[in-house]
Design a protein around this ligand. Structure first.
Ligand SMILES: Nc1ncnc2c1ncn2[C@@H]1O[C@H](COP(=O)(O)OP(=O)(O)O)[C@@H](O)[C@H]1O
Ligand SMILES: [Mg+2]
Length: 198
């Protein structure tokens, strides 16, 4: 894990949080905020199974709403797209989505072990392609698909789907930042927030 802490520190964005207040909106009234990143705010619905997510990054919006977004057990299930609900201080539109509630990776769970294997191999590949600058992550992902670490076939297939999406939408992978890989209640590793605009 020391390597991972290093890689996150190197990315240097771990502590940046969207500064905006939760937008005033009837679908958000009274919901507790349970997560916040650089571009998104996540609020829990009372049923414990779903969340509402305010996303201000076009990359996240494409990832969660595009017809050809990656699907399958390792990607979040999206129940509703409530459309644009405002504009962030950054100038970006805020979209409101409803999706399944996911959990942080629990320390000794299989999903955490898979994430560790995946992230370690990805980070090693990134180091090998650091000279490519902005293309580093995309190329490291190709490399990972060509020579995958020991992971279930479903996860390798999900990496392929993720890579196809990244190429089609000209976005970049971020499978290292805290909270971008999460787990479903049944223990499945989920790529919750694997792309950014760059
Ligand atoms: N579906 C979800 N269910 C529960 N919490 C979530 C969910 N998606 C994200 N979160 C929490 O919200 C935080 C920010 O979400 P994330 O998708 O990483 O946003 P950003 O685009 O700002 O990085 C995550 O680190 C995680 O703790
Ligand atoms: Mg994130």
């Amino acid at each position: 894990m020391a390597d991972m802490a290093f890689s996150r520190a190197r990315f240097g964005r771990a502590d940046i949080r969207l500064p905006d207040p939760v937008p005033a909106h009837p679908l958000l009234d009274g919901l507790p905020e349970i997560g916040r990143g650089e571009y998104s705010i996540v609020l829990a619905l009372p049923d414990g199974a779903r969340v509402r997510k305010v996303v201000s990054s076009p990359a996240d919006h494409f990832f969660l709403t595009a017809d050809d977004r990656p699907r399958g057990i390792h990607f979040p299930t999206v129940f509703a797209d409530h459309g644009v609900i405002g504009r962030a201080r950054s100038g970006a539109l805020m979209h409101l989505l409803e999706l399944e509630r996911l959990e942080p990776l629990a320390a000794h769970a299989e999903a955490a072990a898979q994430a560790e294997r995946l992230q370690t191999a990805y980070w090693q590949a990134c180091l090998g392609f650091a000279r490519l600058g902005a293309d580093m992550g995309r190329i490291a992902l190709f490399h990972l698909i060509e020579s995958p670490p020991p992971l279930p076939d479903t996860l390798i297939a999900a990496l392929c789907a993720l890579s196809d999406f990244i190429e089609a939408y000209q976005v970049r992978p971020d499978i290292l930042s805290e909270g971008n890989l999460m787990a479903r209640a049944d223990g499945t590793l989920v790529f919750s927030d694997p792309v950014f605009l760059g």
